[in-house]
Design a protein around this ligand. Structure first.
Ligand code: HEM
Length: 444
């Protein structure tokens, strides 16, 4: 276990010092001061109360119930906790400006390829620098084991992001809107189970030390990772984002945060992009102290991705046709010789490692144990090439309105088609599939 002192991002010798400096370092606090640790600690003791209350009262089963239909029916039948929760969904808050939401969604589609890379290589791989969050992730095995399931879950999260970014994707009844509610139930169910386990096994989850599982600080960290993380890193990769675009993007995410259960009174996105960047800085200093769990999770994510990518590329003709639009589904996967498969998987692992190095710099990646000299030149050039290709394409397309619209539509159709095909056209239901158990927690 590495001590906090060694890993504090402000410490020049720390593994996070490069990332911290690259993200603006202490300049993040020039406009808005750093949030006192005491304030952040308070957020760790705050939960998603309306949902916890409803879950407790209704005994909804997140493993099999259609939680949205149940909630609506219970509210209509007069259940008070259901009505309290449903009132957040049945009326759109006054501050939601649909035109701005739409503009924010278009910022996403214009930059969708690099944002998708950033969500994995920045938001997630850097996200696991927070050991207290990792404790919850490893309790369910969520993202912490390097298998095909990890890939599946990453795809489902991407599907959720894409559905939130779809036209009218956040309007009542849409896939994105429903997805936010379902994921909120998923989180609350994990929280309830973990708290239950902690009652009889305090050594497995110490709430006084770690905070409530999936508490408000951790939820804010995660949502800022989705919203502000890409905004901060895009310019460093050669993608221009205007001030107005930053604000619109944050407005769309502010509403997603609201739908996901982050109380509006503490949602940094309500105070705009600069405030959110500064808030994220305070949280990084407070929560990010990478340790062994960071290495394990980051490796599991990259390895899981490489499994999925190797599987997809075993039928590269079909994958290419899918991307180009000449087909919309993938044929059933065929068995591949294990040696060839492993060879291919390692190449993807190298490619993803190089992308992570470009995005997160060397110090942190060395700490994670990512290869450097062992990365083949094809993977190395592929990682730079793909980012440069999209940077140049986006720069050119931004110049003329009709090309901008073309790129937005193109990115939208390719990504939506590819994710749907790889998920075999099954929209994720976000049912609780991997419950935390004392056994799993002891194993970790
Ligand atoms: C508002 C912020 C957050 C968002 C938008 C978010 C998003 C998501 C999404 C889309 C899924 C479903 C993925 C799938 O089907 O595989 C998911 C599942 C999950 N999330 Fe979050 N998440 C947030 C915060 C957190 C935090 C802070 C933690 C942990 C401390 C966490 C832990 C989990 C776990 C354990 C699951 C998997 C549950 C299961 O399937 O068994 N999430 N989250």
């Amino acid at each position: 276990m590495h001590s906090d002192a060694v890993c504090s991002p402000e410490d020049k010798s720390s593994v996070l010092s490069e990332i911290w400096g690259d993200g603006g370092g202490d300049r993040r606090f020039s406009k808005y001061p750093r949030i006192p640790v005491k304030e952040l600690e308070k957020l760790r003791l705050r939960s998603d109360d309306p949902l916890d209350r409803y879950l407790e009262a209704s005994k909804v089963d997140a493993r099999k119930d259609d939680v949205v239909a149940r909630l609506k029916a219970d509210a209509e039948a007069g259940s008070v906790p259901a009505q309290e929760l449903w009132s957040q969904y049945s009326k759109v808050p006054d501050w939601v400006d649909w035109e701005r939401v739409k503009r924010g969604q278009r910022v996403f589609w214009l930059n969708a390829p690099p944002i998708t890379f950033l969500l994995l290589h920045f938001t997630l791989i850097f996200g696991v620098a927070a050991p207290k969050i990792n404790k919850v992730l490893t309790a369910t095995g969520y993202l912490s084991r390097p298998t095909r399931v990890t890939f599946q879950r990453l795809l489902e999260t991407t599907h959720w992001v894409l559905s939130c970014m779809a036209d009218d994707g956040l309007r009542e009844g849409s896939t994105g809107w429903e997805g936010c509610i379902r994921v909120r139930f998923l989180h609350a169910s994990v929280r309830a189970r973990l708290r239950n386990i902690a009652k009889t096994n305090p050594q497995l989850y110490n709430e006084a030390k770690l905070g409530i599982p999936i508490n408000i600080e951790d939820m804010i960290t995660t949502i800022l990772g989705f919203a502000v993380g890409p905004l901060e890193r895009l310019p460093r990769l050669g993608f221009y984002v205007s001030k107005a675009e930053r604000e619109d993007f944050c407005h769309a995410w502010r509403y997603i945060a609201y739908l996901s259960g982050i109380p509006e009174d503490v949602n940094p996105l309500a105070k705009g992009a600069d405030y959110s960047v500064s808030f994220e800085g305070s949280i990084v200093l407070h929560s990010c102290h990478p340790d062994d769990s960071t290495i394990r999770l980051a490796q599991a994510l990259l390895t899981g991705m490489s499994y999925g990518a190797a599987e997809l590329s075993s039928d590269h003709k079909a994958t290419f046709e899918l991307i180009s639009g000449s087909r919309s589904t993938l044929p059933a996967s065929v068995p591949v010789d294990p040696v060839t498969f492993e060879h291919r998987r390692l190449r993807f692992y190298g490619f993803y490692s190089q992308l992570t190095r470009i995005i997160l710099n060397n110090k942190y990646c060395d700490f994670l144990g990512l290869p450097k000299k062992k990365i083949g030149w094809v993977e190395w050039a592929g990682a730079y090439g793909v980012l440069m290709f999209f940077a140049v394409l986006t720069k050119i397309c931004r110049m003329l309105p009709f090309m901008r619209t073309w790129l937005i539509n193109r990115n939208r159709s390719v990504l939506t088609r590819v994710i749907a095909a790889v998920l075999r056209e099954k929209d994720p239901k976000f049912l609780l599939r991997y419950e935390p158990t004392p056994e799993k927690m002891r194993e970790e």
